[in-house]
Design a protein around this ligand. Structure first.
Ligand code: GLV
Ligand code: MG
Length: 346
């Protein structure tokens, strides 16, 4: 195990010092863009008003014969657009693929000073993060990159889930993690054909006798992994995310899945379709009624100590801290969205 002081030293001479705190950023949706499709990348400047993060996807969903074009398209898009406060991320190919090394070396060389985060798929353990950490430090030193590029792991293998705490603590470069339900289903041998969401056969039955028609209650297939991921991330101050929801026609199903993740502690989710941007914005921005209640709690207990009753409900240190989480997030959202700023009363 690395001791605290070396943990925060740069891994290459000339690389920027690792961050001790994550930059405070609004990341309600990580919006996936296929960078080899010019008619999509041409519209990215318009997207910047609507999304918190633009991610150039190089991995799955990009055909093998378009991998090089996607990488080049991402670099061209990153050079051409001023992203302002909107995050610029890429999802590179898996470390065991023929493309990962060129993805990393070419992208850092060309646009390393604009790139916020590399999303690393199919992370199995801390060793995958250590490899990318070291390589990034060498490349940052070579190309005079000013601030460290962060790493976001996708939690999408059974081994990765087993090692989730080691992945979360592998490097000060860790930004966070996303649940990858599609590949995780493969790795676990799940008997499904979906990208995230529930399944009508994953149920419990209400009590009853033989022959009764019993009510079915569908359960959340992802509850266990999401909870494990949230604990591993929040324990060390990095951010958990729900990943993809593949049925673009099921807006209610998507909203329910995103909302479960939000309530459990996730900071955002992936948007793969414009309708999902709207859903993520609605879900991952705090509910105005919750913001009003949180402001009341903070006003009633300015220094967070003691206990008060508000509308018949007990408030104490723990609810004051929950109220702070809600109000701090609402302030971040208000900074990006004037309509919500007015609704929240900031
Ligand atoms: C995402 O990459 C997933 O496999 O769900
Ligand atoms: Mg995947």
């Amino acid at each position: 195990m690395k001791l605290p002081r070396p943990f925060y030293q740069p891994l290459a001479i000339g690389a920027p010092a690792p961050l001790r705190e994550l930059p405070v950023k609004l990341e309600r949706m990580i919006h996936f863009v296929p960078p080899h499709v010019e008619k999509v990348t041409a519209k990215v400047p318009e997207l910047l008003q609507q999304v918190d993060v633009v991610l150039g996807n190089l991995e799955d969903a990009i055909p093998a014969d378009a991998k090089e074009a996607a990488r080049k398209g991402f670099i061209a898009m990153a050079k051409a657009v001023d992203f302002g406060a909107t995050g610029l991320w890429t999802r590179i190919n898996a470390l065991n693929s023929p493309w990962a090394l060129d993805d990393i070396t070419e992208i850092v060389a060309a646009i390393g000073n604009k790139l916020d985060v590399i999303m690393l798929p199919k992370v199995e353990g801390a060793w995958d993060v250590h490899y990318l950490d070291q390589l990034l430090a060498q490349l940052e030193a070579r190309h005079a990159i000013k601030r460290p590029i962060l790493i976001h792991a996708i939690l999408e293998t059974a081994q990765g889930v087993n090692n989730v705490e080691a992945i979360a603590t592998a490097s000060p470069r860790m930004h966070g993690m996303s649940l990858g339900p599609a590949d995780l289903a493969v790795s676990r041998g799940m008997k499904t054909t979906r990208v995230g969401g529930g399944h009508p056969d994953y149920v419990v039955l209400a009590d009853g006798k033989a022959g009764d028609t019993r009510q079915k209650f569908q359960q959340d297939l992802w509850h266990y992994t999401t909870a494990k991921m949230v604990d591993a991330c929040m324990a060390v101050g990095i951010k958990p995310f729900y990943g993809p929801f593949g049925d673009f026609s099921d807006l209610d199903g998507c909203e329910a899945q995103f909302r479960n993740a939000f309530l459990m502690g996730c900071a955002g989710a992936w948007s793969l379709h414009p309708t999902q941007i709207v859903i993520a914005k609605r879900v991952f921005s705090p509910d105005p009624a919750e913001v009003t209640m949180a402001k009341k709690i903070i006003a009633a207990m300015p220094d967070g100590s003691g206990a008060v009753m508000i509308d018949g409900k007990m408030q104490d240190d723990a609810t004051w801290k929950q109220a702070k989480v809600v109000v701090d997030l609402a302030r971040l959202v208000a900074g990006k969205d004037p309509d919500l700023a007015a609704i929240y009363g900031f």
